[in-house]
Design a binder for this molecule. Sequence first.
Ligand code: IPE
Ligand code: IPE
Ligand code: MG
Length: 217
Amino acid sequence: MIPRHIAFIMDGNGRWAQAHGMPRYEGYKHGLEALLRVAGRLEQRGVGAISVFALSTENLSRPKDELSAIFDAVIKFNKTYFGTLRINYFGDIDALSDDIADSVDDVERRTSINKGTSLNIALNYGAQTDIVHAAKLAADKGSFLEDEFLSSLSTAGLPPLDMVVRTGGERRLSNFMLYESAYAELMFMDKLWPDMTADDADAALAEFEKRVRKFGK
Ligand code: IPE
Ligand code: IPE
Ligand code: MG
């Protein structure tokens, strides 16, 4: 079976740049190219939704040069993407600069007519904050209803999350889609994100195919 929704923790960009004799911030440009390769193949394979972790709220404490390189890559992508994926962002975009927020609005509007695969980009996102925020909205309605909570998560409306893939060798979720990943298959790859190819996307789908899902039954 092809996953309805697959997520990637795109880790290892800084180490990739260092391994190639470049400053860490150079890794993000190459990370963006890897994202286009991977998402393009998953789209061809018929995956309904792709979610990717581009920047955590905790990452905002990174050095300035790294953050500007990440934001430059995001803005460049938003301004130059004219493909067939439907692009959506989630996370606290309003807390970022107007340049970033405007470019996000732009690409979301431009690609909203695309009917196939969605690419959901987590930027300035943290799952714990997202969960608390959704819980608060639900509680503010007077009675705490699960439906109200679910529809207030920033991932509301996306298909159930079937698989989470983390590159870069670390085996942790680092505050990404904690609620949504309850029954997701987890896959950890040692490859650094900028090295990801279309074949690696196929490998993730092949791994998913092998997993036996039980959902407690
Ligand atoms: C992950 O890559 C992406 C962001 C944090 C934006 P890193 O920058 O964490 O790369 P490594 O893990 O240090 O190599
Ligand atoms: C997770 O990677 C965040 C993104 C991939 C955007 P980190 O590099 O920030 O995670 P830790 O610090 O190793 O847990
Ligand atoms: Mg990292």
